[in-house]
Each structure stands twice: as structure tokens, then as C-alpha cells.
Design a protein around this ligand. Sequence first.
Ligand code: NAD
Length: 410
Amino acid sequence: MTPLEVTRHYFEKAARVLDYDKRTKIMLWTPAREVKVEITIETDKGEIGTFIGYRVQHDNARGPMKGGLRYHPSVDPDEVGSLASLMTWKTAVVNIPFGGAKGGVACDPRQLSKRELEMITRKLVDGLHDVIGPTVDIPAPDVNTDSQVMAWIMDQYAKYKGFEPAVVTGKPVDLHGSLGREAATGRGVIMALVELLKSQSRPIEGATIAVQGFGNVGAHAAQFAMEHGARVIAVSDQDGAVSAPQGIDIGALRAHVAEKGSVAGYPDADAMIRDEVLTIDCDVLIPAALGDAITTDNMKDIRARIIVEGANGPISAEADEYLAKQDVQILPDIYANAGGVTVSYFEWVQNIQQFHWSEEQVNKALQQHMTNGFHDMMKYREQYKIDFRTGAFALALERVRSATMKRGIL
Ligand code: NAD
């Protein structure tokens, strides 16, 4: 299945539970707008470089559309469409007043200089400025895009519409960003895990955790897991993996990555085969890299009893089905990694208020949304006797359906 088909599969499962008719499903599934733009720049070699940028705006019944921007060779309309739809459901699960969108540029940032990345970003805004905006669609960071990219978006947008920092979130803290935003997704992942364990009267202290991907989400999740007393016993990134049964010092590993660019070669842990991080014997697995990390190829080797989806779509639909039958508890992406978009919402609020919140205030409000989201999802799970993912989708579908109907569909 393609990413979009996988999302559709989960959507259908929840729609079945809710007994939706065909028209309701079409209304909720169909994207509001899909945009494709050509981005042509002069490369550092003086050649013509042409890239394709996408923005899919899925739904705005609950508020302006919100979603990240991904720079990766795998970006295509199917993947962006799937991620845009997931954003609609994610913002609804944690009950922030946004809809869903997603964008991306098909490119390999590793092969691009900073100047080339800046040009691509600015030209993307040239192509999209009429369809984004603080009350329309608000981009944010995702894979391979960071606060610098968001700062360029804010600056380029200002050339068309004037000073509007709320057009984009995940900006640098000293340029209208929010304290706590960078760490928010990883922090939220661990808050989600703690909620689940708490509901089963289990502590996080001493739990063994493996983390796939050591970028924004994975590194922060690993850090917070360690700070909560869990043992992070294995970590991977694109270039390698390391393990240590006594637990890895995540602060030291982050310093190593900052210097060397990868977890590979970290001296205080053993090197391991990259993808074996997924199948290592541990209590909790946090896939925090890209989609389709767990598929029919490796699902039977998964030994964790809890999976918290830091990444979007890290488990294929077939693997999800199989793991559910094995009673593996899976906290789904549309709940587990919603911390980032939640603090993006706080950043947007601060930009509109022209006022700064303290980090404590941000983290406290994030905790509230993650806790409420968990209990709201659990109500559906218990009422319909369904897995966490279907529970989260059912909650989200109902919130979006209700908003759409109340606004009216003349
Ligand atoms: P990132 O670019 O900061 O990090 C990605 C990490 O994954 C890197 O360490 C990279 O080396 C690693 N990686 C790539 N391929 C790998 C592989 N095959 N095996 C192991 N590691 C691999 O990206 P990010 O922002 O941390 O996003 C990660 C995931 O989380 C994505 O699915 C993204 O959509 C999702 N997400 C991100 C946010 C956010 O706020 N950044 C919010 C919600 C969801």
C-alpha cells in the first residue's frame, strides 16, 4: 500500500466503527486543495536546478490548516497527501483549533548547499504565498527542515504580505519562535508513553527503550526518556546504530552527533546493524525516522510490547494488523507525535498576541493537551473495543465531522 492508501485504510476502519455513510466519508476524505509548484534555481555550479514543491491542504473545518514541510527525495503527491490527511486527524485528536496540511520539496538536502536550500525555500514561498497565511495555512518544520528554513519562509512571505510571523511556526526563538517548540514533539512522545504506562499503573523508570532515528524527534524523545529514568539501550540514525544494555548517555551521544554528524562511532556504546534497533529486545520501541520502518519484512521480529510512533506512518498497515493481534500496544502517530503541532499552535497564539510565554507555561499547556488527548482517545477505544489507532481516528473523525456540519454545508 502507498502511504495514502495506508491512511485511507485507517480512516475506513474508524468510519466503519462510527457507521458513516459514503457521502460523509467522501466529504471528510477529499482534500480541500492540492498545489504543485516548479522551483528553479541557479545551482552553486552555475547550472539550472529544477525541483517540484507540493502543498496539500486537506481540511479547514476546525481552523486554519497546519502542517510541516519536508525536504526529501521521497516527497511525492501521494506521501504529501497522506501526511496532510494525518495532520487533520492529529490536530483534532489533541483538540487544537487547526485543520491539516502538509508540504514538501522533492530534493536531497545532503547534496545541497545552504545557499541552494535558501533559494529553494524562497522560491517555494513565491509559488505558495497566495495560498498560505496565518488564518489560512501555516507551515512548520518536518524532515530536513529546521528553524532556519522557517525564518526564510517568514522573511519571504513578508515581501508579499508584510510582517506576519504567524505565517509559519518552528521559527528561531529569537525570531518570534516559541520556547519549547524544538523539543516539543519528542517531549510529547514521552508524555504519551507516560500516560499509557500510568493508565496501567506502570512506571517509566527502568523501562528499556530503543529509538530509531536521532533527529529532532528521536533525540529529544531519547533525552526525555532518560530524564524520566528509562534506559535507552539502542539508537540508530541513517548512517548507523549503537547499543548499550546499561543505557546510553543521551547527552553525550547528542554531543557526539553534533560533532560527527551521526551516532555511528560513538565510543561509549557498541556498534550494531542499523535496522536491528527495531527488533532489539526492549520494553518500548520508538520509531522516529521515516515511514514504513516496520513492515511484513520485520514485523515478526519485533520484540517490544509497546510502540510509540514518533515518526509519521512508521508501521505498514499489514504490520499494524499483525502486531495488534500479538497484543502489542501501539500509540499512533496522530496522537503520539502531536506535541510538535501543539506547541506550534502555542507559537501561533504568541505571535498573534505579540506576547511571549515562558517555557514552563508552554510545557504545562502541552502536558494538558497530551493528557486530555489520551483520555479522549481512550473513551473511543473503550466504547467501541478498538485499538488505540482506530480510537484516535474515530475521535478525530467525529470532531471534524461535527465542526463541518455545524458550520453548514449549503
Ligand atoms: P529529522 O530530519 O530531524 O531526523 C530524522 C532522523 O531519522 C535522522 O537522525 C536520520 O538520520 C534518521 N533516519 C533516516 N532514515 C533512517 C533509517 N533508515 N534508519 C534509522 N534512522 C534513519 O526529522 P524529524 O523532524 O525528527 O522527523 C522524524 C519523523 O517524525 C518524521 O516522520 C516526521 O514526519 C515526524 N514528525 C516530526 C515532527 C517535528 O516536530 N519535527 C512532528 C511530528 C512528526
